[in-house]
Design a protein around this ligand. Structure first.
Ligand SMILES: O=c1[nH]c(=O)c2[nH]c(=O)[nH]c2[nH]1
Length: 315
């Protein structure tokens, strides 16, 4: 039971529909395309306070209606294939339609469907799931002063699993009585990349929000961050996950004036060479290693956000 003599207040709230599943098929040419999405759409605003504190549903747009809106806008939208634009269109719709909604928070996850190659040719309408990696976006749109809209947009790659068999070392770290790890001149490096990039978007008049956003090449930026991540992972002579992460993030900020902050979370999925010396003195350590044991737990976890220094140019 709550104690009515304790003074409390509603500090923050957001509500809406989560896990709205949707497949949009683009049949605008003979070569069909698909967007397989999971959407979360949450609304906020002071008008919703009484739904929590006084059991009044007068302001509540049913989460069922929020779900329906996702399907209706997916039908009419021309930008479902650009997650950031579709999420902004959805969020903006709730602010335009219900003048008591102060903020809309939309998260979209896109699941992979790669085109099949049949007899060496890309098939027009058949796809396969080429991994669990997803592309994601998270936008928060709110009313600003004087009919303006402010929007925060973050996009991400989640679950990109990568591995390299050389070009990674880890040496010269602290050695004390807690240390058992050997120095490694050459080791397996494997991680499951989570990368997030934050867009720098000016606050704009309500009617110019979507035109302003459509100037940002969101899909190209996604492709580019993914390419940079893979290229640096593959080509860097890695001294540590930390050093490689920093190069990846810095490169994407240098590549795109729209990006101010890039974050990575990189688990270090360990592969340890198996000591086979018990069997006829078999050599499988250090430079002799080619049989490894992947360790599912524990993993290292290296995280960082790299930001554009204030005042630096955006080429
Ligand atoms: O790249 C690495 N960074 C670390 O901080 C670390 N710690 C560890 O045990 N192995 C590694 N590898």
């Amino acid at each position: 039971m709550t104690n009515p003599s304790v003074n409390v207040y509603l500090d923050k709230q957001e509500y809406g529909k989560d896990k709205v599943r949707l497949l949009k098929v683009h049949r605008d040419s003979k070569i069909h395309r698909v967007d397989d999405l999971t959407i979360r759409c949450l609304l906020s605003g002071t008008s919703f306070t009484t739904s929590y504190t006084e059991a009044s549903n007068k302001a509540v747009v049913a989460t069922d209606s929020i779900k329906n809106t996702c399907y209706i806008l997916a039908k009419s939208s021309k930008v479902v294939d650009t997650l950031e634009l579709f999420a902004s269109e959805l969020g903006n719709h709730f602010l335009n339609t219900y003048n008591w909604v102060d903020g809309a928070h939309v998260t979209i996850i896109r699941h992979r469907w790669a085109r099949m190659n049949i007899d060496g040719k890309p098939h027009t309408h058949s796809f396969w799931r080429d991994g669990d990696e997803t592309r994601q976006t998270d936008i928060f749109i709110k009313r600003g002063a004087n009919g303006r809209r402010t929007i925060e947009i973050k996009s991400a790659i989640a679950g990109l699993l990568v591995l390299k068999t050389t070009g990674s070392s880890f040496e010269d770290f602290v050695r004390d009585e807690y240390t058992t790890l050997r120095e490694a001149k050459d080791r397996i490096l494997s991680t499951c990349v989570d990368a997030t990039w934050e867009f720098n978007v000016p606050s704009v008049q309500t009617e110019s929000l979507l035109p302003t956003l459509s100037q940002i090449p969101f899909n190209q930026i996604y492709d580019s961050v993914r390419d940079v991540t893979c290229k640096i992972f593959a080509e860097d002579e890695s001294a540590s996950v930390q050093a490689t992460l920093y190069k990846m993030a810095a490169q994407s900020i240098a590549n795109w004036k729209w990006l101010d902050r890039v974050s990575y979370a990189l688990p270090n999925r360990h592969f340890f060479a198996v000591d086979l010396s018990y069997f006829r003195g078999t050599k499988n350590l250090a430079e002799h290693a080619d049989v490894y044991q992947p360790l599912s737990d524990p993993s290292g976890l290296i995280t960082a956000t790299v930001a554009r220094a204030p005042g630096t140019s955006r080429l």
